[in-house]
Design a protein around this ligand. Structure first.
Ligand code: UDP
Length: 238
């Protein structure tokens, strides 16, 4: 018997680094495939899935500007990196039979669709996974902000932020064994304590739009689906 999903439409945000496996750079196909399976499990429940993938496994704007490049140019390179990650994820999903659209904030018609809100909504209604690429299309932003923006525009009920740990802790649990995980925490407290869930603009935007952020571990097989079904450990930022 199929459990009833608690969400109708969600945004999954993962960093580019989540796709690089144990390598220090780039894409690790078995890892991309593993995450695609997590997405498929949720889509197969009938949940409408949006995704935003970062670009940090390939290029970060700050890293480029630290090397003397103009910040805006470096940021555009970072946005292009997210398009490559989105295409890799699309390829993995479609190999599993999941219909997927890559939708870019920067039009590149030969590669993917441009972002047109109503068209993206229609894809979701048809149960196609929508991967929003090229961030917000603007330098000085991050893909966390892009995920929050698109989640708001698409009417997602929550942003699922897949990380290496199973929630938000008062200090880094990989370094401090006595770190405490929050079950729930407010946006303002996350900002005041600088807890590093997402960057400050993304958290402020989520707060302004009353959009819950669910922080969970991507390393837990079936973890994404589990939370949709009401199981597992995670932190809700709301
Ligand atoms: N970026 C940008 N505007 C956006 C989103 C991303 O300029 O709206 C650039 C920025 O340079 C950033 C890079 O794209 O460093 C990759 O995104 P991000 O750092 O968010 O990736 P993640 O850390 O999630 O892998």
């Amino acid at each position: 018997e199929t459990p009833v999903p608690r969400f109708r439409r969600v945004m999954l945000k993962i960093s580019g680094e989540a796709l690089m496996g144990d390598q220090g750079y780039g894409l690790h196909p078995p890892t991309v495939e593993r995450i695609a399976r997590e997405v498929k499990a949720v889509r197969d429940m009938g949940v409408e899935v949006c995704m935003v993938i970062g670009g940090g496994n390939i290029f970060r704007g700050l890293q480029g500007s630290a090397q003397g490049m103009e910040r805006t140019t470096a940021d555009y390179m970072g946005m292009l990196a997210t398009v490559m990650n989105a295409l890799a994820m699309q390829s993995a999903l479609e190999a599993m039979g999941v219909f997927t659209r890559v939708i870019s904030a920067i039009p590149m018609d030969q590669v993917c669709e441009p972002y047109i809100r109503r068209r993206a909504v229609r894809h979701l209604e048809k149960k196609r996974v929508c991967i929003f690429a090229a961030g917000t299309g603007n330098p000085y932003f991050t893909t966390d902000t892009a995920a929050t923006l698109r989640a708001s525009e698409m009417g997602c009920e929550a942003i699922f932020k897949g990380t290496k740990v199973d929630g938000v802790y008062d200090k880094d649990p990989k370094q401090h064994p006595d770190a405490r995980r929050f079950d729930r925490i407010g946006y303002t407290e996350v900002l005041a304590r600088n807890l590093g869930v997402m960057d400050a603009s993304a958290i402020a935007l989520a707060r302004d739009n009353d959009l819950p952020i669910i922080v969970f571990s991507l390393d837990e097989p079936g973890g994404f689906r589990g939370i949709i079904e009401g199981r597992g450990t995670y932190t809700v930022v709301h």
